[in-house]
Design a protein around this ligand. Structure first.
Ligand SMILES: Nc1nc2c(ncn2[C@@H]2O[C@H](COP(=O)(O)OP(=O)(O)OP(=O)(O)O)[C@@H](O)[C@H]2O)c(=O)[nH]1
Length: 691
């Protein structure tokens, strides 16, 4: 069967926003108007179509991204829903990787909020072209022009208005379309409300002309001919203007801004037109790069059905009906259900059993998928998020994704043997679904440790463990994931010698331990020449060093960014063994940490508090008492925005404290920024706690 739509008619896009800006509501309306969802679910009633997980509905936030296919104006839209909470930025990044474009939804009253800033920066990082939708124009305090300014001042974007609102708050009626120079007015606020063109209201004519000129001047910049014609006094036609704006989006020359109220059903259809008109198709994007596994050479996989098949897995979900489903984006070629593909990342073959196309409230079995498609595969066994699946004969690995390190951890203790078993199964599934969620076992206590991106992140995992997997367990208090690091270069000459009865043990190692660049990871190298340590013992040296990496000497936290170089040593013909070298190297590393001024590192969080002016003093005082460093203070509307860097260790329970002294009126968001050295006095306390 041929493909249903040519690839240039695809729009793989996501909707990104700060929490509560209205991403879910906008997505719901898009699905409704594009004809696939016939029943609209209001978010506040906990019935939204995309928010189908129990946990999501109760919390009213979108946790997992779901990909949904729908159609508009003859184009095929694949919407990838991205979560808005800071703790889940990993999910946002992951979906951004597979998008060709995005709609950034702003709350018309709040403007660019902290999380918008984060996702905007991530979109910059992945070069995701985007348009902006200023939502909630019906809300009290909505201010379209302030939102447009915010895009410049908060994220350094280049907003160009494509529409102007007609009225605002409860007087919001519709929009002025600056491309067609027409007013678009909705007859009422109902879901299926009709809308029609009118002449631009008299009081907006001058403003519309002024903004239209700004739009046209920004657009003609992108094309010499259009510019020349414009300078000659010729306005670009509607078609030319649209083509130029499309080009501007593709090259991020500017960010077109639209507006509306998803909740009051205004502005959504023109937004859908904008997605079709301005967001790129897979063909407009740079082809994905990878490595040819046969030759090791770099390669490019073009978005074409005639290229060898390759796709990236970007999301794994456990589905109650189908089992594990893996969301993938096909980058090149064509795939049939029932065939065997190669997971080139793992070097394992996988059989593609069922392939599904997900719609908002049903799924469709499909037999083939083509370049540009986003599909869900059922029953893959080895594939994890970020893996490449490809043609078994033309293996390639596509760009990998990077995942940040988790900064917070909790201990979990199952109550019975049966719970222990359930926990094991559940954890391996959860870890497979979410690479920012890690599980480890504490070597000393034998406890299971869960690690994640923040308190809420782990909170939700525990909730899933208890509810979905029915695991009964005691949960410890959340702890900071500290790290340990050397501060200076040391050379250790260590001899392990044991002579008790039978065979003795002998190994001598001379190893240089030195701090690596922060964030560059651990490294081991052997520079032995002349056989002072025979080759067969070197794995023992590496193993000994690695065994200390997992838990340092100060408080048992992982040692990071150390470079170890074995430069010399000695052995005994009879008494040396791999084990003896392992023991010697472990002891050498521990000695190095002692002599090398080893220090503890802690995660420092970037915190933004938005508070009514009255509480500014209390907020700052409190942040200072948490070892916070105030970075800046600014006004947003009538609220004060305070930026600070605060150690995560001092942020536990912050939400309650902030609420209590601001009467619930101040808000905050935080995200991991970097690791920094724990001050001496604090470090002593941490060491005493974990001793
Ligand atoms: N007044 C008004 N309220 C809106 C509008 N759009 C959404 N809301 C409301 O704002 C709240 C948040 O909307 P959601 O659609 O859940 O926002 P979200 O961005 O998906 O939120 P998360 O999934 O938690 O990230 C809900 O109570 C909506 O009913 C709008 O256009 N106007």
């Amino acid at each position: 069967m041929p493909r249903s739509h040519p690839i240039e008619d695809y729009r793989n896009f996501g909707i990104m926003a700060h929490i509560d800006a209205g991403k879910t509501t906008t997505t719901e309306r898009i699905l409704y108007y594009s004809g696939k969802s016939h029943k609209i679910g209001e978010v506040h009633e906990g019935a939204a179509t995309m928010d189908w997980m129990e946990q999501e509905q109760e919390r009213g936030i979108t946790i997992t991204s779901a990909a949904t296919t729908t159609f508009w104006n003859g184009k095929r839209l694949n919407i990838i829903d991205t979560p808005g909470h800071v703790d889940f930025t990993i999910e946002v990044e992951r979906s951004l990787r597979v998008l060709d474009g995005a709609v950034c939804v702003l709350d018309g009253n709040q403007g660019v909020e902290p999380q918008t800033e984060t996702v905007w920066r991530q979109a910059d990082k992945y070069h995701v072209p985007r348009v902006v939708f200023v939502n909630k124009m019906d809300k009290i305090g909505a201010d379209f022009y302030r939102c447009v300014d915010d895009i410049v001042t908060k994220v350094g974007g280049k907003p160009i208005c494509m529409q102007l609102p007609i009225g605002s708050e409860n007087q919001f009626k519709g929009i002025v379309d600056l491309v067609r120079m027409k007013a678009v007015v909705w007859d009422d606020e109902g879901l299926g409300a009709k809308y029609h063109d009118e002449e631009i209201p008299a009081d907006l004519v001058e403003k519309a002309k002024e903004y239209r000129t700004t739009l046209v001047e920004a657009a003609v910049e992108l094309d010499d001919d259009a510019m020349a014609a414009y300078l000659d006094g010729q306005e670009p036609s509607e078609e030319v203007l649209k083509r130029l704006v499309r080009k501007a989006v593709r090259y991020t020359a500017f960010h077109p801004v639209f507006c509306g109220s998803a909740f009051k059903n205004k502005g959504v259809q023109p937004l859908l037109d904008a997605v079709v008109d301005y967001l790129p198709s897979p063909l407009d994007r740079e082809a994905i790069k990878g490595v040819d596994m046969n030759t090791g050479a770099e390669l490019v996989r073009n978005p074409s059905d005639s290229e060898p098949f390759s796709m990236l897995a970007f999301k794994i979900m456990d589905d109650p009906f189908v089992g594990t489903i893996t969301f993938c984006r096909v980058y090149s070629g064509k795939i049939d259900s029932g065939t065997t593909v190669l997971n080139s990342t793992k070097d394992k073959k996988e059989r593609v059993g069922r392939m599904l196309l997900m719609h908002a409230n049903n799924r469709e079995d499909i037999k083939e998928a083509f370049a540009g498609d986003i599909v869900a595969l059922a029953g893959l066994k080895e594939t994890r998020t970020g893996d490449t699946l490809c043609d078994t004969l033309k293996p390639a690995i596509l760009e990998r994704m990077e995942f940040p390190e988790p900064v917070i951890e909790i201990a979990i203790e199952p109550k019975s043997k049966a719970d222990q078993e359930k926990l094991g199964i559940a954890l391996s599934k959860l870890a497979a679904e979410d690479p920012s969620f890690r599980v480890s076992t504490d070597q000393e206590s034998g406890q299971t440790i869960l690690k994640g991106m923040g308190e809420l992140h782990l909170d939700i995992k525990v909730d899933i463990l208890k509810r979905t997997y029915k695991v009964d367990a005691n949960i410890g208090a959340p702890q900071v994931a500290y790290r340990e690091r050397l501060t200076k270069r040391v050379e250790i000459d260590y001899t392990h010698k044991k002579q008790t009865g039978g065979t003795g043990q002998f190994a001598r190692v001379i190893i240089i331990f030195e701090p690596n660049e922060p964030g560059s990871g651990n490294a081991f190298e052997s520079k032995i020449v002349g056989g002072s340590v025979p080759k067969e013992y070197i794995p023992g040296v590496e193993k000994g060093i690695n065994s200390v990496m997992g838990s340092g000497i100060l408080a048992g936290f992982p040692v990071v960014d150390v470079k170890a170089t074995l430069i010399d040593g000695g052995f005994h013909d009879v008494d040396s063994s791999v084990l003896a070298f392992e023991i010697a190297s472990r002891a050498a590393f521990r000695e190095a940490l002692q002599k090398g001024g080893s220090v503890l590192l802690e995660p420092i969080m970037k915190v933004e508090v938005v508070t009514p002016e009255d509480y500014t003093g209390s907020v700052i005082g409190d942040l200072n008492s948490r070892r916070g460093q105030i970075q800046g203070q600014d006004m947003r509307g009538n609220a004060v925005v305070i930026d600070a860097m605060v150690p995560l260790a001092n942020m536990f329970g912050y939400v309650n404290q902030l609420r209590s002294f601001s009467q619930g009126r101040a808000n905050y968001t935080m995200q991991f920024d970097h690791y920094d050295q724990v001050p001496e006095a604090e470090s002593k306390k941490v060491q005493a706690k974990y001793a």
